[in-house]
Design a binder for this molecule. Structure first.
Ligand code: UDP
Length: 342
């Protein structure tokens, strides 16, 4: 019998790409999503890419009774938890929404996994837990810094909830994957990122500027202490990131980790500046982006990139797609969206 995996938030950006890679790797998938910040079209995209009828349940993980019914209905042993609110700025304005949503849904998940004896939990964490690191690149041993937003704080708190729960429940295993900056889209252009309103993240703003939806990209600061003055990030292709989940899941199912709770960085190991990303996008797609230098954005970290060697070694996972391929896929997806809207 096939192994089934619950994917909460599976209609979202990273969740939908992960669902595809899970199916490609031979798993069955159940997608649960409340569609609060996602679209059923993503589930349709996953179905089209894989040619499979994937069960979808519109469930809010904060609704414990409804969530419990899903556990009664499906025989999964593992869950990947993506369902969460993710806008840093919004979390500063509406902290209670973030604490309520991100913590309640995760507490419900961990409790139900315990109660139903479902042993494996994979949690979507973020490099935001490192704050502004003193040394680059960051390893899993780099100390976490106090969170600078309620969003970041929920990531830290959920990591701790998972660590402490796993310690207390001998049958359980957990992995937190600390994502760097996920970008790009599936090469089929059938799934990708769906920003609502004005994009807050760099690459969706770039693709929308290229498409003429936005007039001009603002580059937030060019006077940072970096080679070209703009901030540095580790941009990880969303398909590579999705595959890291499959590798981590195999590790838990095979009980390969010496510890029952583990943390892995998921990045490329390469720092790329904002200007490099914009120039790379222009080159990969043979077009020009209208941009201007704007004041720094409050709260931005100057530079952060991953040391992914632990994931490389222990998960047998590597980022494979080139930045050019990724930037090309992002543009293909934007073009697909524009056609869909017309
Ligand atoms: N950025 C920018 N213009 C934008 C959006 C982002 O210059 O319209 C910069 C931002 O200041 C940061 C980098 O792009 O240095 C990545 O920002 P993003 O919000 O995508 O990710 P995060 O800040 O969470 O790493």
């Amino acid at each position: 019998m096939k192994e089934t995996v619950l994917v909460t938030g599976g209609a979202g950006y990273i969740g939908s790409h992960t669902a595809v890679e899970l199916i490609n790797a031979g798993f069955d998938v159940v997608i649960a999503d409340n569609l609060s910040n996602s679209d059923l079209q993503a589930v349709e995209g996953v179905r089209r890419i894989t040619g499979r009828e994937i069960p979808f349940e519109q469930v809010d993980c904060c609704d414990r009774e409804a969530f419990k019914r899903l556990f009664e209905r499906y025989e999964f042993r593992s869950a990947i938890h993506f369902a969460a609110s993710k806008a840093v700025g919004e979390s500063v304005e509406q902290p209670l929404k973030y604490y309520r949503n991100n913590l309640t849904s995760f507490l419900n998940l961990v409790e139900l996994m315990r109660d139903f004896h479902r042993p494996n939990i994979l949690f979507s964490s973020s490099c935001t837990v490192y704050g502004e690191p003193d040394k680059q690149p960051v390893t899993e041993q780099t100390p976490r810094k106090p969170a600078t937003s309620p969003y970041g704080n929920t990531k830290q708190m959920c990591e701790d909830i998972l660590r402490d729960s796993i310690a207390a429940i001998p049958e359980m295993r957990g992995i937190a994957l600390r994502y760097f900056n996920p970008i790009g889209a599936h090469p089929s252009a059938l799934i990708g990122e769906l920003p609502r309103g004005v994009p807050q993240n760099l690459l969706p703003y770039v693709t929308q500027t290229a498409a003429g939806i936005r007039e001009c990209l603002s580059i937030f600061g060019d006077d940072y202490p970096t080679p070209d003055g703009t901030c540095i990030r580790d941009y990880i292709d969303v398909v590579d990131l999705a595959r890291a989940h499959v590798a981590a899941l195999h590790r838990m199912l095979e009980k390969r980790g010496t510890e029952r709770y583990e943390v892995f960085n998921v990045g490329t190991g390469r720092g790329v500046s904002v200007l490099e990303l914009v120039k790379g996008f222009e080159k990969a797609n043979n077009l020009k982006i209208n941009y201007r230098i704007a004041p720094r954005r409050a709260g931005d970290i100057v530079a952060i990139w991953a040391d992914p060697s632990l994931a490389n070694r222990e998960l047998g996972w590597h980022a494979e797609r080139t930045l050019e391929e990724t930037l090309h896929a992002a543009w293909e997806w934007q073009c697909h969206l524009d056609r869909r809207e017309k």
